[in-house]
Every structure is written in C-alpha cells, then in structure tokens.
Design a protein around this ligand. Structure first.
Ligand code: ADP
Length: 651
C-alpha cells in the first residue's frame, strides 16, 4: 500500500514522501488494515526498526482531536518530539519535566509527548487537557513488565479508560510472546509481525568464528587483540559501523579508550565540538576517543554530549559506539554490526544474565536500511559456553510481560493517588479500579488484597487517609499525591520538617538533608575511603541535621549516603564546578545534574507540604496555633535553596 492511498491530507503525504516513505512496510499496512486510521484500538507488536513511529503518526494524524504519545523514558520524548514537530502545521507539546506542574497550556497542542509519570501526574492534578485527548499512543508497552514504571503505566491506562471511555488507543510493543494478552486486556486488535526492513543474522562469536542463526559463519582471527576489537575492525574495514554493548559506564569508557587508539576514523571536528567546554574527565575522555572515531554513550553523559555523539554516529563521522544497554531502549542509532560483549549485568547482589528481550532489542539496532546491505548482531562468548549462550538468546522467544503491580511500593503510591483523585471512595470502588488493571487481567485482583490492606493501614497511620466513612484522602494525602512523591517520602518529610521547625539553625544543608533522606532521592554510593570523612563532617555539623547524629537510631552508614548527596549539592550551590565535584565525590556530571534536578523537584514538593503544615493543624503531627513561628524559617530556607539550585543549573 502506498502512502498516497491513505486518506491523509496531501501535506502529510508529501511530508512522508520527502522522508523517503512512499509505500508502507508490511506491518504498517497490517496496522492500517486493523483500523489505526479509523479510530480502532490496536496493539502493534513489531521488531525494532520496522517503522512503529509511522504507525503512531498515522493514528494521531487521523484522530478526531488531540493525541497523546506516551513514552517510557525522557530521552525518547525528545527524539519523538523532534520527529513530530517536523509534521506540517502540527503543534507539538512536550511534558516530561516537572512532576507536579499542571500544564494548562498543553491543551493548545495537537500532539502531546509525555512520559507515563507525567500523564499520571496530570491525571492526579486534574489537568484539563487529559480528557480532551482523542487518541493515546503508548510506546514500548511491553515495559508494563518493568518495576516501578510498569505499574504506573497500567494504572494510568486504567484511569484514562475510566476518564475517556471512547478514546482510541494504539500500543506499540516489541515482539513479546504474550502480546495477545496485552491486546486482550486493552480490548484492542493485535497486529503481530516479525518483518524487518533489512535482513538480520544473529549469532555467537567463539574462538575465532561467529556462527549465525542462518547457518553461515564468519571467521575472525583476533591475533593479540581482544575478540571485540577484531569484530569491530572487521566491519569497519568492510565499510560498516559498530555498536558495542557493555554492562557498565566504566566499561563503555575503557573500551572506547582502547578502541580509540586504533584511529578507525579521523573525527577531529566531533572531538573539537565535544572538547569545547569539556571540563570534566568524562568529557575529556569522550573528546579523546572521538578523535579516533570512537565514542561511548551512557546515562552519565551530559545531554549536549549525548546528542553530539548520536548525531555524529548517524552521520557516520564516528565509526564505533560503546554503549550501556540504555541505548538499546529506543534511541534510533543503528549500525551494521551490533556486538553484545557483556551479557550479564551487575545488580547489586551479583551478576545476572540480561533479559532476552533486552538482548533482542540490542540486536534490533543492527543494519541501517538504505545504507547497509544487511545487519548482523552477535554475542561474544568469553569465558562462557558458546552453545549455552546461543541456546539462551539466539532465535528464542523473549520473556513474557508480567505485571509488577503486586509490590508494596507501587500500591502505596497508586492506592493513595486513586483515592485522592476521586477514582474510588470506598474499598469496593478501589477494588473495582484494581480489577481493571493488567495485573487483574493476568492473574487475579484478589491476590492484591493483603498488600492493599497493609498499604491502607500505613496511609491511615501517617495521616494521609481516613477510614471512618469509606476511604477518604486527607488534605495531606491529596497534597502528597499531587506533588507526586511516594507516601514514604511524604511521611518522612512531614517528620523531618517537624524537627527542623524546632531547630535553632536551619541551613541549606538542613533542607538538602531533608529531601535527600527520602525514598524518591537516589543517594550516592559511599566509597570506603569517604566514610570516615563524611562521618566527621556529619559530627561537625550535627546541629544542622534533623537526624540526631550523635545519637543515631537506624543505619548510620546508609544515612551517610544522604549526607554525601546533600553535601555534594550544597557544594554545587556554593559554586563548586562539575570537574571538581567529580573529583571530590566521584560522581559524573550527568548524574550531578540529574541529582540537582531531582532535589529541586523534591524541594518544591517539600515546600508545598511545609506550607500546608504552616497553615493548618494536621492529624498526627500536632502543629498547633503557633506553627507559623516554627515553620516559617524552614519554608524560607526551602525556597532559597530551590532557587539556588535553579541558578546553579543555569550557570
Ligand atoms: P521503530 O520505532 O519500529 O524502531 P522507526 O519508526 O524509528 O522504527 O523507523 C525506523 C526507520 O525506518 C526510520 O528512519 C523511518 O524513517 C524508516 N521508515 C519507517 N517506515 C518506513 C517506510 N514505510 N518506508 C521507508 N522508510 C521507513
């Protein structure tokens, strides 16, 4: 089917044609036949690079009103935003940043790109654009499987369905085994395809040879080099590019460094572009590797560097990218050869094999249509049995997508949000909402009963809900839900604010400690050699902390991670530069920015909670008449610190 045959406005047809899209790929055609342009609900399970974005665009452009495109990751949001913004006369909005903002202006757009957290937050805040949405597209719906993010997505989809029952839904998925189950849950038709725009062979490298699934082999003799280097060099000699997946940022950097010296390609311009303003060791290492046509790509990179690297690789100025698995999840950076060097990942408890789905998504990045004659992807068997590796990953079916809603963390947050948002006013209504989730579809909502009981008791005990007449969120509960923090964070903040309100000295460090000591903050790892210094620092500044440093109850070592994070942010506010911070704390620049952003968000949430404590008595904390005199200085310090973080980010 040609794009011209679609009942689309000519300007859109022209737009697609100028992009080289003239006829539909077979799975796209199947999606059209299933009714994506007629408002039908469809789940499209197709391989990486088989053109899911066009499927989404066709649905959104044919919809009878504004469309919402839900992405799992912020990095993907920007990429999709850029793609949709090129559509003629289409206004696109993006919502990924503030967790609690009630972006009224979003209702002016034809397409809104948002993370599932942002949609969840908009629903909690009663944003008016949500109910106007005629078509929702969910990208990477198989991430229903993910801890944390998955439950948010399924609850959000259940709520959207409740709010706008006749809304069109198009869900895009990797080719997972139980896509039919997802489609069934969503009352959608399933379009399932394994078609790819370019041939792909996958295999395992072992002892000088890659054995592919199509029976072919490739002989690679590494000489003195590690096999990965030989595999990279081989495809570059042949005119291709290579994408190597490793399991940690450090490995990505080290590998890029060692490959960079081979000078596969001269890319002085890219190096110079990165080098300008690259003041940190990460930036300098990146510039150095780029000079030899190699780069690394991981979540610790600054966003500017990330986009330079992605662009330069697409334009073939770079020959090799050494990446952590984050790159596999959707960023469109294909290469002729994909080498999965590490197939295990450190989880904190030890090494675990990568999920099949993840490896297949890495494989899916192999082959650039129009540029490469084929794609080839391989695992490297070093120190493991090649046959076992082959059996596990080659030609196998990915894991089933399984709901992760039966978790205390997920239910704590979503039960509160469901009550606070008016989706349920008693237990029966709460159970009814839970019965419409993917979990209930797959298993049985009754399995959640004990956890829900436990969560309700917790929310009651912390003053976030009342259970006297049905189930009602209190003012505090509604606030906690609206500012989008975990109820544990809400409770911790209420308690810490209460302590701070009695302290003589409330400083930037005090309020940073409050927000860093919460469930929603990702605190930093404390190296052994740091622990002593940090604990000394804590002792010296004991009067500024809400926790009794000299008389600590609980895990002091883990609280030191809070101190480290608070101190690092305090330094950043005071003007200490990224390279210096990297040196002092061993935290990469990209991470510092992320921490600062998170702290800024948590400070604003804490501010809202502090204002609430200031103005009214709250059950369980006994803030009384003279609360004003106590909370005012804390509130002021919160505002100042947040502003200082924003200023530091601008510098
Ligand atoms: P996916 O999201 O499935 O991984 P994308 O939607 O990013 O894949 O598409 C991969 C590439 O294929 C893009 O560069 C896109 O422009 C191109 N493409 C998609 N559909 C077609 C088509 N029908 N004809 C030619 N190119 C296409």
């Amino acid at each position: 089917m040609d794009v011209r045959d679609l009942s689309l406005a000519p300007k859109y047809i022209e737009h697609f044609e100028t992009q080289g899209i003239e006829s539909l790929y077979p799975p796209q055609e199947a999606a059209v036949e299933a009714g994506i342009t007629r408002g039908e609900r469809v789940v499209a399970a197709m391989p990486t690079a088989s053109g899911k974005t066009l499927v989404a665009q066709l649905a959104m452009l044919s919809a009878d009103g504004p469309a919402l495109y839900v992405v799992p990751l912020r990095a993907l949001a920007t990429e999709k935003y850029d793609t949709f913004a090129e559509l003629p006369d289409v206004s696109v909005g993006i919502a990924t940043g503030d967790y609690d903002a009630d972006d009224e202006s979003l209702d002016e757009h034809d397409i809104i790109v948002a993370t599932s957290e942002k949609v969840d937050s908009a629903i909690r805040n009663g944003a008016n654009w949500v109910e106007a949405i005629a078509c929702v597209v969910v990208d990477e719906v198989h991430l229903l499987n993910a801890h944390g993010r998955g439950p948010t997505l399924e609850i959000t989809l259940a709520k959207l369905r409740r709010l706008v029952p006749d809304q069109q839904l198009v869900a895009l998925s990797a080719t997972v085994g139980n896509a039919a189950e997802i489609a069934d849950w969503l009352d959608a038709e399933l379009v399932r395809s394994t078609w790819r725009p370019i041939d792909l062979r996958t295999g395992v490298y072992d002892d000088g040879e890659v054995t592919f699934d199509d029976g072919t082999t490739l002989s690679i003799v590494p000489g003195d080099e590690p096999p990965t280097t030989a595999l990279v060099a081989d495809t570059i000699d042949d005119g291709g590019q290579a994408l190597v997946f490793v399991n940690s940022r450090r490995e990505a950097e080290t590998l890029a460094q060692s490959l960079g010296v081979h000078g596969f390609r001269q890319a002085p311009d890219v190096a110079a572009e990165i080098g300008t303003g690259a003041t940190t060791s990460t930036g300098q290492a990146l510039a150095e590797a780029a000079d030899g046509g190699v780069a690394f790509h991981h979540a610790g990179l600054r966003p500017e560097h990330r986009s330079i690297v992605e662009r330069a690789f697409r334009e073939r100025d770079l020959a090799v990218l050494c990446a952590t698995p984050t790159l596999a999840a959707g960023v469109n950076v294909p290469a002729r050869r994909v080498i999965v060097r590490d197939h295990e990942r450190f989880t904190g408890d030890g090494y675990e094999p990568l999920p099949i789905l993840e490896v297949h998504q890495m494989f899916g990045r192999a082959g650039r249509p129009g540029l490469d004659p084929y794609g080839e992807a391989m695992l490297v068997a070093t120190g493991v049995d090649a046959d076992a590796l082959c059996e596990q990953y080659i030609g196998t079916e990915p894991e089933r997508v399984e709901s992760k809603l039966d978790s205390r963390e997920a239910l704590r947050t979503h039960v509160l949000a469901t009550l606070a948002g008016g989706f349920a006013g008693d237990r029966a209504e709460l159970d009814a909402l839970l019965a419409s989730t993917f979990f209930a579809h797959q298993r049985d909502a009754a399995e959640l009963t004990d956890l829900v009981d436990e969560v309700l008791s917790y929310l009651d005990a912390t003053g976030m809900i009342r259970r006297d007449d049905g189930l009602v969120a209190t003012d505090l509960g509604r606030l906690v839900s609206r500012v989008y923090v975990d109820p544990l964070t809400g409770a911790a903040v209420v308690e810490a604010l209460g302590t701070a309100a009695t302290m003589d000295r409330v400083t930037t460090l005090t309020v940073l400690e409050i927000v860093c000591d919460t469930e929603d903050m990702s605190t930093q790892y404390v190296r052994t050699e740091e622990a002593g210094r940090l604990s000394e620092f804590a002792m010296r500044n004991a009067d500024q902390f809400t926790k009794p440093v000299h008389d600590f109850e609980g895990n002091f070592q883990s609280w030191l991670a809070t101190v480290k994070t608070a101190r690092l942010l305090d330094d950043w506010i005071a003007g200490v530069g990224l390279p210096e911070l990297d040196e002092r704390y061993g935290v990469a620049p990209g991470d510092i920015r992320r921490l600062a952003e998170r702290a800024e968000w948590l400070l604003s949430a804490t501010e809202v909670i502090a204002e609430h404590l200031l103005t009214g008595p709250t059950p369980g904390i006994g803030a009384g008449q003279d609360s004003e005199t106590e909370y005012e200085p804390v509130l002021e310090r919160l505002r100042e610190t947040r502003q200082a973080l924003l200023d530091a980010a601008d510098d």
